[in-house]
Design a protein around this ligand. Structure first.
Ligand code: SAM
Ligand code: SF4
Length: 328
């Protein structure tokens, strides 16, 4: 699948549910309305859509959400997709908040998952609760330990939040370096109404980097995971640190991915509203021909990029959906 700008589409992210057991302040409002369950694709339908993407050239699948591990019977989908590894699919992975990981880590490894991203913005229990509203840090730490014990490679995702975790970056680098986890810092993106001003949370990654450079030696490296992060090695810990900079550096030119929601809507760009309805195509026929045609038609209109802006002087350029709908 090649889009109009010559980019090969090899990476599908699937938001398997928009629901979550946490309410992170940058992601959701506390009183979220979720999609009616009747609108969701079944796990079998999701597997069928993923299978079609793999046949058409997708080599990497990431399950995300909402919280992927809160969807009932999610392991049956993960097992089914795991069987495609080596048969067109190179990598199956997921992004999780870690709350359910202690229960699932061993089974994930057994299904062929090798690496996972766990979101954790702070190592301070009180701050963790303040950021996630409903979360407990010890539960997530137990999940991360279970993942490591199961042989999964863990990458910690931390959203850089002004005035919240910007005094903890050194500590996170030390901890990840000691534990052998990669660490990625992410800029907050203007997605969905969260009941407060984005500009109050936004911390450009350039400032994170500048802060880190005061304490650490950051060596440029060529490491890539197929995602948008750019990595450095921290000389003192030997650990890798990635930076995802959708706001300050537009990484769209090398975009290789599209995103499927749990209702079968395909977004060709995280930061644009245009979408294709694959649910109708899945349900139209037992044959996958209409589905594959719908996927091709969607890729043919993948836009060049997003145009997010966070700035007090302008109307915020943002998208109305929450990150939990399209999946991070
Ligand atoms: N619940 C899982 C988790 O938290 O890892 C998966 C879904 S979550 C939407 C995926 C990632 O998106 C997380 O790392 C989260 O921190 C990040 N995220 C959520 N809202 C965001 C926003 N507005 N800007 C930037 N990152 C965001
Ligand atoms: Fe849930 Fe992940 Fe959003 Fe936090 S970032 S509310 S864990 S979906």
């Amino acid at each position: 699948m090649i889009d109009p700008f010559g980019r090969a589409i090899t990476y599908l992210r699937v938001s398997v549910t928009d629901r979550c057991d946490l309410r992170c302040v940058y992601c959701m409002a506390e009183d979220m309305t979720f999609l009616p369950k009747a609108e969701l694709l079944s796990l079998e339908e999701l597997e069928r859509v993923c299978g079609a993407f793999v046949r058409l050239g997708v080599r990497k699948l990431r399950l995300t959400g909402g919280e992927p591990l809160v969807r009932r019977n999610i392991m049956s989908l993960i097992r089914g997709l795991g069987r495609r590894l080596g048969d067109g699919l190179d990598e199956l992975t997921l992004t999780t908040n870690g709350t359910q990981l202690a229960r699932h880590a061993a089974e994930l490894a057994d299904a062929g998952v090798k690496r996972i991203n766990v979101s954790c913005d702070t190592l301070d229990p009180a701050k963790f609760q303040a950021i996630t509203r409903w979360g407990r840090l010890d539960q997530v730490m137990a999940g991360i330990k279970a993942a490591k014990d199961a042989g999964l490679h863990v990458k910690i995702n931390a959203v850089a939040l002004k005035g919240t975790n910007d005094d903890e970056f050194d500590r996170m680098i030390e901890w990840c370096g000691a534990e052998g986890h990669d660490l990625t810092f992410i800029e907050v993106m203007p997605m969905g109404d969260i009941g407060r001003q984005r500009v109050d949370q936004y911390l450009p990654i350039s400032m994170v980097r500048a802060q880190l450079k005061k304490r650490w030696t950051l060596e440029e490296i060529d490491y890539r995971t197929g995602g948008p992060a750019r990595y450095v090695r921290v000389k003192e810990t030997g650990g890798r640190v990635g930076f995802i900079t959708p706001m300050t550096h537009n990484f769209c030119e090398s975009c290789n991915r599209v995103r499927l929601t749990c209702t079968g809507t395909l977004y060709m760009c995280l930061g644009q509203e245009d979408a294709a309805d694959l649910r109708a195509a899945v349900r139209a026929s037992e044959s996958d021909a209409p589905l594959e045609a719908a996927i091709h038609a969607a890729i043919a209109r993948k836009p060049k990029g997003h145009d997010f802006i966070i700035d007090r002087r302008h109307d915020p350029r943002s998208v109305s959906r929450h990150m939990s709908v399209t999946g991070g």
